[in-house]
Design a protein around this ligand. Structure first.
Ligand code: CMP
Length: 141
């Protein structure tokens, strides 16, 4: 069954000129792009999106970085989308990411790790709803 996940192509990847290559990886991995927006998050949006990490030592740096420049937010569809996207992007820390993954090829550090991926189906739906209304998402068929 097809389901959905949420992705961000983060400010470091956009700044470094990797936006097109990462979109190409998404297409090559046969995700359907239901929605995509190039945005610059406000600090408040970044704090809201990453509210689950509030209080952690990296929260300040994370929300400053995520609001530091343009990023692309995407709603993706594929069978087992959450697991499939996490496999495509690789481990959170690029130093641990498998060869051929997006983070291995395009990320420089744990903090600036090129892309985000939801970690569960409920979080995917919540994260998609943070940036998209349902009417903005194009049906797969
Ligand atoms: P992401 O998948 O976007 O979810 C939270 C982000 O926090 C994570 O990717 C990392 O880029 C960032 N981060 C920074 N430091 C840490 C850390 N010590 N542990 C986990 N995530 C971290």
């Amino acid at each position: 069954m097809s389901n959905r996940t949420f992705a961000i192509i983060k400010p470091d990847a956009v700044r470094n000129g990797y936006l097109g290559q990462i979109i190409d990886r998404i297409i090559q991995a046969e995700f359907v792009i239901l929605g995509a927006k190039l945005i610059r998050m406000t600090r408040e949006q970044a704090e809201g999106f990453y509210a689950i990490h509030r209080g952690k030592p990296f929260y300040e740096e994370l929300t400053r970085f995520m609001s530091s420049g343009k990023c692309m937010v995407l709603a993706l569809e594929k069978e087992n989308a959450v697991a499939a996207w996490r496999k495509t992007i690789g481990a959170t820390n690029p130093a641990d990411a498998a060869p051929g993954t997006i983070r291995k090829d395009f990320a420089s550090s744990l903090g600036e790790n090129a892309v985000h991926g939801s970690d569960s189906d409920p979080n995917a739906e919540q994260e998609i709803a943070f940036f998209f209304s349902e009417s903005e998402l194009i049906a797969a068929k």
